[in-house]
Ligand binder design. Structure first.
Ligand code: ADP
Length: 736
């Protein structure tokens, strides 16, 4: 008897739920199970009938780019009652379903666990009543469940991110960017209310990414004098030249007495304390809408895949399938739900530090980073003791470079340093193309694409080091911050190797990772890689739309040099059938097998085939050659297009995550530089989310030949891509 898995989405909808549903359906099929969609959340389980329907491979063929949930969601009062849950159990058993993957918020997951706990009683009762047969009772004596969190608030303890949060951040940051431009024209203040009943994640992160001036969140109710504090902070940034003020408020914010602080309250304070005619924008459901971001496609795909493996194993207590460090992370479901609910209690009890801590290290760190940036002293005057810190870029352009530069500059000024902006990378540094940057100089840098300081791939040669050290001496630079990609690492590696010959090189130097290729050591996402990924995904969405009429295959080439990150994550996020990587190489045998499979797919009625090729996957089998081979073998039965995405992947405004990542790394880096200068240290390091690492560590962690880290975390996405992209042949399905 084939195992049957039910999948449902419940509670509030969230972008990315569809990717999870698709992953559950296809992984289930891949592993020999049948998957049933339970439509309209628990209501569908209670109603039964046509609301519980088998989902086949193609039924989830075009859902990745869709917002909301294609199987519907609802709130269901009946399911809160025992009778309702018993009816749901009967309907599930009637369909042979005893494994469930539920995608919803803490309410939905609590309900799911209740059903699981009551299941065996229901089975006994239903059998006694004759509602199910003794065989059914025996076969389905227990219910196995796994939970995925769909919630734009990122309010679940036990996972780094919930499904939908990143997309919501995209919507909010788009809105704040738009508001900023109109606000700047009129010197106006805006109050932006974002979702988050108990959780300030969206507010804090959008305030950072949108370079807002002040944020109010539930976990940190402001002190009673918050009116004055806010006015003071806003005044300070105005006096440093800022033309606008933007305050972000999470909808659930309260003061320390438990009174709600609404956007309207904030507007009134701005009017009373500052004489400002502020405008209020309540984003509301816009935040749930739109196409899911790239992250909200590959992450739920990974988790849906893991959840199916979990329920098919079915050998442990119910798990929450969350994400930690970009890997599936399992935690006992009800422990996670209880810990989540506890946060609301902690807030109500005034235990704010504990509430913050429960949100995780990175949230605490980012909230502090925002406070530091917003409360910084913009008008620090340089003194005799001030240190000179040079900031430059090196390597290809990466969106978010400006955010990183602006943050180190502001935090550096706040720490009392003189921040020297070096124009044009290392050649500029050698030429002494540098000048101090003021607080106001980097205004508006965070949301902007490109690199305002200019970036060059050129790295100094051994011969250049003499000139470089002379410039460092002439200008009296005390430390250097190099924001860039692989060549930045090569440059600092060379400087480190030659430091004994040139005393001027014996100053603190740090590399901040920024590269769309994401081929840098010590971290999972370099600044810029998330934007490039979103651009690639958006482009492929359009390409797919253009192909609706006829049978067509596409070979799409992404950037990435010899690192397959962009190709692979794009492939997972858009549902590619095949991805070609330098890591794997390409053989003619591979291509033959792919062509056979593609042709079989078209013969069976498919109208679309998508292969993604990393730009340096093979020096021989180029995108053009593969396109022609596909075309030749197609014999006119389908058409083939090769598309090189090219440099568009480096352009555009940085994604929210890239801005946040840039600010996070910058704040760590600036703290390190300040400490190092204070202690007279002269270390050469590279930044990672877990702190600075010595440059000499690169020798072990980097493969210099192929310009990528020795260990690449995203390779774990390859089985997911393979399982979700290609339908198994009927005889290959275990038990099918
Ligand atoms: P979310 O899952 O987003 O937290 P809700 O709390 O509204 O959203 O829950 C969605 C649905 O899950 C409810 O309408 C109900 O059907 C079910 N549910 C929620 N909480 C419970 C509960 N304690 N017991 C049984 N079912 C519940």
């Amino acid at each position: 008897m084939t195992i049957r898995i039910g999948v449902l989405t419940s509670g509030g909808d969230a972008q990315g739920m569809n990717a999870a549903v698709r992953a559950v359906v296809r992984t289930g099929i891949q592993l020999g199970a049948e998957v049933f969609g339970i439509h309209e959340g628990w209501q569908g389980a209670v109603d039964g009938g046509n609301q519980i329907r088998r989902l086949d491979w193609d039924s989830v063929g075009t859902v990745l780019a869709k917002g909301g949930t294609v199987i519907g969601t609802a709130r269901c009062a009946a399911f809160r009652e025992r009778e309702g849950r018993k009816t749901a159990a009967r309907n599930l058993i009637a369909n042979g379903i005893d494994r469930l993957v539920v995608i919803g918020g803490d309410g939905s997951l609590t309900g799911t666990d209740l059903l699981r706990a009551e299941w065996s009683d229901f089975v006994t009762e239903l059998a006694a009543e004759g509602a199910i047969t003794p065989e059914q009772a025996q076969r389905h004596e227990k219910l196995v469940i796994a939970g995925l969190v769909g919630s734009i608030d990122n309010d679940m303890v036990g996972t780094d991110m919930t499904i939908g949060t990143d997309s919501a951040l995209h919507r909010i940051v788009e809105a704040i960017d738009a508001i900023s431009s109109t606000a700047a024209s009129h010197q106006r203040s805006f109050v932006v209310e974002v979702m988050g009943r108990h959780c300030g994640y969206l507010a804090v992160m959008s305030a950072i990414a949108g370079a807002a001036d002040y944020v109010l969140i539930p976990e940190l109710p402001p002190e009673d004098d918050w009116h004055q504090h806010m006015a003071e902070v806003l005044h300070r940034s105005r006096s440093a030249g800022r033309r606008t003020s933007i305050v972000v408020v999470a909808e659930g914010t309260k003061d320390r007495q438990g009174n709600p602080i609404t956007a309207e309250d904030v507007r009134r304070v701005l009017a009373d304390e500052m004489g400002e005619d502020a405008r209020v924008t309540i984003l509301g459901h816009v935040q749930r809408g739109g196409t899911p971001s790239a992250y909200d496609r590959w992450m739920p795909s990974l988790l849906g895949h893991a959840a199916v493996e979990e329920v098919l194993r079915g050998d442990r207590e119910p798990q929450l399938v969350g994400i930690r460090g970009n890997r599936p992370h399992f935690e006992p479901l009800m422990d996670a739900v209880a810990a989540t609910r506890r946060v609301a209690d902690l807030i109500a009890e005034g235990r704010y530090d504990e509430a913050m801590a429960a949100r995780g290290r990175s949230f605490v760190q980012m909230t502090k980073a925002f406070q530091k940036l917003s409360e910084a002293q913009p008008n620090h005057q340089a003194t005799e003791e001030s240190k000179l810190v040079g900031v430059l870029h090196c390597g290809g352009l990466a969106p978010g470079m400006n955010a990183a530069a602006a943050s180190v500059v502001r935090l550096g000024i706040d720490a009392g340093h003189v921040m020297m902006g070096v124009r044009g990378g290392f050649p500029g540094l050698i030429d002494g193309a540098m000048a101090p940057l003021s607080w106001g100089d980097v205004e508006d840098w965070t949301p902007s694409g490109g690199a305002n300081l200019g970036t060059r791939r050129t790295i100094p040669t051994e011969e250049d080091l003499y000139a470089l050290s002379r410039t460092l001496e002439t200008y009296g630079l005390d430390a250097l911050i190099v924001i860039g990609g692989f060549n930045a690492y090569r440059a600092v590696r060379l400087i480190h190797a030659e430091r004994k010959r040139y005393p001027a090189l014996q100053i603190p130097i740090v590399v901040v990772p920024a590269s769309i290729d994401n081929n840098l050591p010590g971290l999972q996402m370099a600044v810029g890689s998330d934007t490039a990924l979103n651009i690639a995904v958006d482009a492929v969405d359009r390409i797919k739309q253009s192909a609706t009429a006829s049978k067509r295959a596409f070979v799409v080439e992404t950037m990435g040099r010899r690192c397959g990150f962009l190709a692979t994550t794009t492939g997972v996020a858009v549902g590619a059938e095949r991805v070609y990587l330098h890591e794997d190489g390409i053989t003619v045998g591979d291509l033959k097998a792919d062509i056979d499979e593609m042709k079989a797919g078209f013969d069976a009625g498919r109208t679309f085939y998508l292969a993604i090729r990393n730009e340096e996957a093979s020096p021989f089998y180029t995108t053009d050659l593969i396109t022609r081979m596909f075309e030749a073998e197609g014999n006119g039965e389908f058409s083939v297009r090769g598309i090189v995405l090219g440099h568009v992947q480096q352009g555009g405004a940085p994604s929210p995550f890239d801005r946040i990542n840039a600010v996070r790394l910058a704040s760590d880096v600036m703290r390190w530089v300040t400490d190092e200068l204070a202690s007279g240290g002269t270390a050469h390091v590279y930044a990672t989310p877990d702190g600075m690492r010595p440059i000499r560590d690169l020798e072990e962690s980097v493969d210099w030949e192929v310009r990528r880290p020795v260990h690449q975390w995203w390779l774990e996405l390859k089985p997911v891509l393979a399982d979700l992209g290609r339908e198994p042949k009927p005889d290959a399905v275990a038990g099918g």
